[in-house]
Design a protein around this ligand. Structure first.
Ligand SMILES: Nc1ncnc2c1ncn2[C@@H]1O[C@H](COP(=O)(O)OP(=O)(O)OP(=O)(O)O)[C@@H](O)[C@H]1O
Ligand SMILES: [Mg+2]
Length: 405
């Protein structure tokens, strides 16, 4: 089977999906903006062929180049797992006439307003929301929804330009900062706990499911520098507190006509137990969520995703052994990291429960925590007991500190 894969080496985890495709016997026709010698040799070894394009975001140009490149070859699949290129993949599928999710279907996973309309039409609970294109629209929407509300871009990612708005005065101030956003979603603010529902689907049926909880909610984690955000995959999907969220997730997959591949959904659970849809993408979650899912069940979802795409099968065990938490750290001070405190003791105390530790080392320049959830690195820990898992995660949050100057 010949699989065109978009954006081979960026983000870095794309390289793992290329490995997965090769491992299940696919011929990978890679497309990316890096020169071929810029691709790591172990990834290059998994490629059957490679096309360098000037700009992977220039959809019309990439479509023309890939069409010319594959002329005379039967392309069986076009795959993309990076959010900015999922639409491009759908357009290419239509151009090359290969199976997979249509442009219309993928739009339902990319356009936050269309997504909510389709989910609501299936009778599922979504936040009350309006698409707004001007300050005037936003004020009218606010009058109908009431405060607090959320204002965010229609095709956003990483909580960028996403604001909680508490009153009309704050709305005016925020509208002044959103001039560059062409279309936004103005939504009822849903108070509650925030979770993911992740799947690998085969023809719309989840062959694999995962739920993770954000601690705290992403918008708060992205606003307060002092927080070490934590995301924990939960071992027990039978937990009664997750039942309605999982049912919501399955309903959403149907409502949006999911095909084969990864999905990453976010949902809210209110204090009264009501669950509300947040958003969904037809791609995996970022920030090492797939690694966490792998550590949760000791499986390799990079390969299993590829098997689902290429052979329509999922062969790994779906039994879950651990709760698995990732903690992201942000250094104190600006500039270059010069010291990590508390790490050696932490590692010695928790040997056997630390999956990986990838904190930036002294001498490294700090990352922009507003731009990347990865911040100045992370630690992934796991434990069969949730309380213990969270205790170990808290040790990273409170006891391990990075210092920069
Ligand atoms: N209607 C809402 N009610 C309450 N909180 C919300 C609402 N919409 C968004 N948020 C908060 O803002 C965060 C970012 O919003 P959303 O997930 O829609 O955007 P995003 O930019 O795609 O995020 P990311 O890429 O980080 O998942 C959410 O995780 C949630 O914490
Ligand atoms: Mg989100």
């Amino acid at each position: 089977m010949k699989v065109v894969f978009l954006s081979v080496s960026w983000p870095r985890e794309m390289q793992d999906y290329v490995r997965g495709l090769a491992a299940v016997g696919a011929q990978v026709l890679g497309v990316g903006s890096d020169p071929v010698h810029g691709i790591p040799p172990h990834v290059r070894a998994c490629l059957h062929d490679y096309l360098q394009v000037p700009n992977i975001m220039a959809e019309d140009d990439v479509i023309a180049r890939v069409s010319a490149w594959t002329r005379g070859t039967t392309v069986d699949r076009v795959e993309a797992l990076w959010e900015p290129v999922v639409i491009l993949a759908a357009r290419l599928r239509e151009r090359l006439g290969c199976p997979g999710m249509s442009l219309d279907t993928v739009m339902g996973f990319r356009d936050k307003q269309l997504m909510k309309e389709r989910v609501a039409a299936a009778g599922l609970r979504v936040p009350h929301a309006f698409r707004v294109r001007s300050a005037d629209d936003a004020r009218k929407a606010a009058a109908r929804i009431g405060f607090p509300l959320i204002l965010k871009p229609i095709a956003g990612a990483g909580s960028a330009d996403t604001f909680r708005v508490d009153d009309a005065k704050a709305l005016d101030a925020i509208l002044g900062r959103m001039g560059h956003v062409r279309e936004a979603s103005c939504e009822e603010f849903v108070e509650g706990d925030e979770f993911t529902y992740d799947t690998v689907c085969i023809d719309g049926r989840p062959a694999y499911e995962n739920v993770a909880q954000y601690l705290p909610r992403p918008l708060i984690a992205r606003t307060e520098h002092w927080i070490s955000p934590c995301i924990v995959t939960l071992r027990d999907l039978e937990d009664p507190g997750l039942k309605d969220g999982i049912a919501l997730g399955r309903g959403v997959l149907d409502a949006l006509s999911m095909g084969t591949g990864f999905t990453h959904m976010e949902w809210y659970r209110k204090a009264d137990g009501e669950v509300v849809f947040g958003e969904i993408g037809c791609r995996p979650g970022g920030a090492h969520l797939v690694d966490q899912m792998n550590y949760t069940g000791d499986i390799d979802l990079f390969v299993e995703w590829a098997r689902a795409v290429v052979h329509g099968r999922f062969e790994a065990s779906t039994a879950r052994k651990h709760h698995c938490a990732i903690v992201f750290k942000r250094a104190h001070g600006e500039g270059v990291i010069h010291h990590i405190a508390g790490l050696d003791g932490f590692l010695a105390r928790n040997r056997g429960h630390v999956c990986t530790e990838q904190l930036l080392r002294p001498g490294s320049r700090r990352r922009d925590w507003k731009q990347t959830l990865l911040s100045d690195g992370f630690v992934i820990v796991r434990h069969p007991d949730l309380h213990q898992c969270l205790r170990i995660a808290r040790e990273v949050q409170e006891g391990v500190q990075l210092y920069a100057r």
